[in-house]
Design a protein around this ligand. Structure first.
Ligand SMILES: Cc1ncc(COP(=O)(O)O)c(C=O)c1O
Length: 376
């Protein structure tokens, strides 16, 4: 009997989970007929630099032409900033594309890809989509357990994904810990270090991880323009890696992966250091305020090194997120990321965070009232 196309899809692809993005604000507003704030996707609430917007507008005039497929100007500029060679830089369709390419280049059935449980879901998807076995090492206190990960390395391990700071828990490990871990990883295993939130972590230093890269041939560092540069909708990120690995990724990427508009916006965004500093400082102030406000409500946010706050709220986490929606606040329940009792709140503007805190207070008061009634 002939099999249908669907039946011919390999099990390791058919079994993949669907990525659940934060709900689009327009969808929630349409459905509930309310004005909502979206604190669900760790975006930059201050938006892009006006200079990036202007550069994107200018670049649109050339939209009839294919973009520079090698993103030369952006790579040269990044090279000048970092002191690396342009051949050590790869520009991708967000860091998401590069997460996928790392597994596609190096993994295959019979090998293993490793990451931590409770980390960024696309790592696991990339590993599984390659046909390799996924090795998920449990976390310790909402953070990567690098000791356990080092111990879990086998001769079959091909790629290890780390996020520092981590999404969705918001924790980070120090560079000394990273160095110690790298010392235990064989040179034949690629370590992908995703630094999407590195700007927000006071204890981390991008230049220092670049120094580590110079000493470690098996490190691939990922960065993105989606967070502190406020360009999530543009889909552009980059990797720092060895030229041989990047050349292989280059062969697999879709031609013209990033648009000319995105490349122009990224270049201008990097140039606006004032905007970047303002975004980092505002985030730090608002993260502290949101965290304190949540603590005052009796919640226990995990100290965050990022632009979002993770906390366990109990078995009704999903319901609480559902109750926040009609009050105009979109946050993320984390059941699908392996934390059925947790929620993640992205740090917004002062006004957005105020709305979130007020809504959370209202819900918790109602719930406490119901609890009291039930107890009587
Ligand atoms: C850890 C981590 N890596 C990568 C990304 C995706 O970044 P990009 O928009 O560059 O694809 C995110 C987005 O939320 C993230 O949390």
């Amino acid at each position: 009997m002939t099999r249908t196309i669907e039946e011919l899809i390999p099990d390791y692809i058919r079994g993949l989970p669907v990525y659940v993005p934060g709900r689009p604000i327009e969808e929630v507003e349409r459905e509930l007929k309310i004005h909502a704030v979206k604190l669900a996707s760790n975006e930059n609430p201050l938006g892009p630099s006006p200079r990036a917007v202007e550069a994107a507008k200018q670049a649109l005039r050339d939209a009839h032409r294919y973009p520079d497929g090698g993103a030369h100007l952006l790579r040269e500029t990044l090279a000048a900033r970092t002191g690396l060679a342009a051949e050590e830089l790869f520009v991708g369709l967000g860091s998401s594309e590069i997460i996928d390419l790392a597994s596609r280049v190096l993994l295959r059935p019979g090998l293993e890809g490793m990451t931590s449980s409770g980390s960024y879901a696309p790592f696991s998807v990339a590993i599984r989509a390659s046909g390799a076995d996924l090795v998920l090492v449990p976390q310790k206190r909402f953070a990567f357990d690098l000791e356990a990960m080092a111990q879990a390395i086998t001769p079959k391990t091909g790629v290890i994904y780390l996020a520092n700071p981590n999404n969705p828990t918001g924790t980070a490990f120090g560079l000394a810990q990273l160095e110690e871990f790298l010392g235990r990883v064989p040179e034949s295993v690629l370590v992908v270090l995703d630094e999407a939130y590195v700007h927000y972590a006071p204890g981390l230093n991008r230049r220092k991880t670049e120094e580590i890269f110079r000493r470690r041939a098996n490190l691939l560092i990922l960065r993105t323009f989606s967070k502190v540069y406020g360009l999530a909708g543009m889909r552009i990120g980059f990797a720092i890696g060895r030229p041989g690995l990047l050349a292989a990724m280059n062969k697999l990427k879709t031609p013209f992966n990033t648009s000319g508009v995105a490349q122009a916006a990224a270049l201008a965004a990097m140039d606006d250091r004032e905007h970047v500093t303002r975004c980092i400082e505002t985030n730090a102030i608002e993260r502290a305020r949101l965290s304190e406000g949540l603590s005052k409500l009796g919640l226990r946010p995990v100290p965050s090194e990022t632009n979002f706050i993770f906390m366990e709220v109990g078995p009704e986490a999903k319901e609480i997120c559902g109750e926040l929606l009609p009050l105009g606040v979109i946050v993320r329940p984390l059941g699908w990321m392996g934390f059925p009792e947790a929620i993640r709140i992205s740090v917004g503007t002062a006004e957005e965070n105020g709305k979130c805190l007020a809504a959370m207070a209202e819900i918790l008061a109602k719930r406490a009232g119901k609890g009291e009634l039930a107890a009587r």
